[in-house]
Unconditional design. Structure first.
Length: 423
């Protein structure tokens, strides 16, 4: 039989129209095929998989916003604040999420559309980007808002207990199961179950979860009885699930089931425009919590905080503001930052707050040269330590230097290798 033998035409920008066209070609190939042998089936499967992967990769906007018809006439970008105001006008519950960044608003608008449905939602994003907050937003904006919201951290439960935690157990099912116990799914009946760190769920638990998603029934560990559960699932991860799938650590079918709606939260470094707002908000919150006046900031600390990359995202920013509120007097400065942030912050890390003044001019040319050379040496040591994650022996090897000489230089500059260890 003659199969459509060229590569399927690729949608110019992976648009819906392009994908639909490719699906139609696949359908017509199948419709007109008299018989299919194994290689043909495999070829068609590959083509279907490619289309499916592209559908899954479509950005939220394309999948949910344009699909709802707004793509017909491209509208001008709304002014900042307009989209948030529109959400507010539609009585959207923000649960304390704020910011006007377009990518965050994309996520909130998807949440708004997803909330009234029972479709599973997968939220991903780096640590501290607000995944749990987003799960609460989805719950709060849906019809289940006044029903239970049950949160399970799949990464925090020992592998041997996870099934009993999720699905419950029957008395005597295993040593220590002294009574019948219901699991989180049953507790979330009619409400929402938030499966945090879903990437940590062991494979066996993944199989069971898949079954629940398909049948809406659970079985307690050690019991044959099936119990109907109606729980809306929101899952979250800071892992790359596609990568885990390739490593054989996450089931592909479960991934597609969970990510019917897929929301990715942007890291804070990609929405730096919101840092001033977050600093002000969490500065006030910390002051209130610690029952003190909000602390001021020196210009250099403020400049640092506005530009810092925040690997721990909003949680890190929030914690920093609490720390500053606790440690500083009226005005916080660079030395109030945690030690491991300070080396990158400025050379003057241990100087007293008053040292925001520029350093005094050098007494001579020789003095200026020495200071510049010291500064370069220190910067080079910091950079080197960062690159090797604080392993002095490795740095000595890379630079072909005597290790004890390197130690002396570190001591001279007051640098501690442990401050550069990766956690
Ligand atoms: N857009 C936002 N506006 C205000 N605060 C936010 C926002 N997003 C997150 N936060 C705050 O940041 C902190 C971390 O949020 P959350 O616990 O939801 O992150 P997470 O992605 O689940 O983190 P992890 O991966 O470490 O579990 C919380 O205090 C939350 O209130
Ligand atoms: Mg979380």
């Amino acid at each position: 039989m003659k199969l459509f033998n060229q590569d399927l035409p690729r949608g110019s920008s992976m648009s819906y129209a392009g994908l639909l066209e490719r699906l139609e070609i696949l359908r017509s190939t199948l419709r007109w095929a008299h018989s299919l042998d194994r290689p043909d089936i495999e070829k068609l499967l590959r083509q279907a998989n490619a289309v499916r992967d592209e559908v899954m990769q479509l950005s939220h906007k394309e999948r949910f916003i344009q699909a709802l018809g707004s793509e017909a006439a491209p509208r001008p970008e709304p002014a900042p604040g307009e989209r948030r105001a529109a959400l507010l006008a539609r009585s959207f519950v923000f649960e304390g999420t704020f910011g006007d960044n377009p990518r965050l608003l994309d996520a909130l608008e998807i949440a708004e559309k997803a909330a009234p449905t029972d479709l599973p939602v997968l939220v991903d994003g780096e640590s501290g980007t607000g995944k749990e907050l987003m799960a609460k937003v989805i719950h709060a904006n849906g019809a289940r808002a006044d029903k239970p919201y049950i949160s399970v951290n799949c990464g925090a439960i020992p592998e041997s207990l996870i099934e009993s935690e999720l699905f419950g157990h029957k008395r005597g099912a295993f040593t220590g199961a002294a009574t019948d116990r219901k699991g989180k799914f049953e507790s979330a009946h009619k409400g929402t179950i938030f499966l945090d760190e879903i990437g940590e769920l062991p494979l066996q638990g993944q199989v069971k979860l898949l079954r629940v998603l398909q049948s809406h029934e659970i079985q307690r560990v050690g019991s044959d009885e099936t119990i109907a559960v109606d729980a809306r699932i929101v899952a979250a991860t800071n892992k790359n699930l596609r990568q885990l799938i390739e490593l054989g650590q996450f089931r592909e079918d479960l991934f597609y089931r969970l990510s019917v709606i897929h929301v990715t939260l942007p890291p804070l470094r990609d929405r730096k425009d919101e840092i001033p707002l977050l600093l002000a908000y969490y500065g006030d919150e910390a002051a209130e919590a610690l029952k003190r006046r909000p602390v001021g900031m020196t210009p250099r600390l403020r400049a640092f905080l506005l530009d810092y990359a925040y690997p721990g995202n909003i949680r890190e920013l929030r914690n920093l503001m609490y720390r500053l509120a606790c440690l500083a007097g009226d005005t916080a400065d660079l030395p109030h930052l945690p030690e491991d942030l300070r080396p990158a912050a400025a050379q003057a890390q241990d100087a007293p707050a008053a040292s925001s003044l520029p350093p005094p001019p050098p007494a001579s040319l020789a003095e200026a040269k020495r200071a510049a050379s010291d500064e370069a040496e220190r910067a080079c040591l910091e950079r080197g330590l960062k690159d090797v994650g604080g392993t002095v022996a490795e740095l000595a090897r890379r630079w072909d230097m005597n290790r004890s000489h390197l130690q002396i230089l570190l001591k001279k500059h007051g640098l501690h290798s442990k401050d550069f260890r990766r956690h």
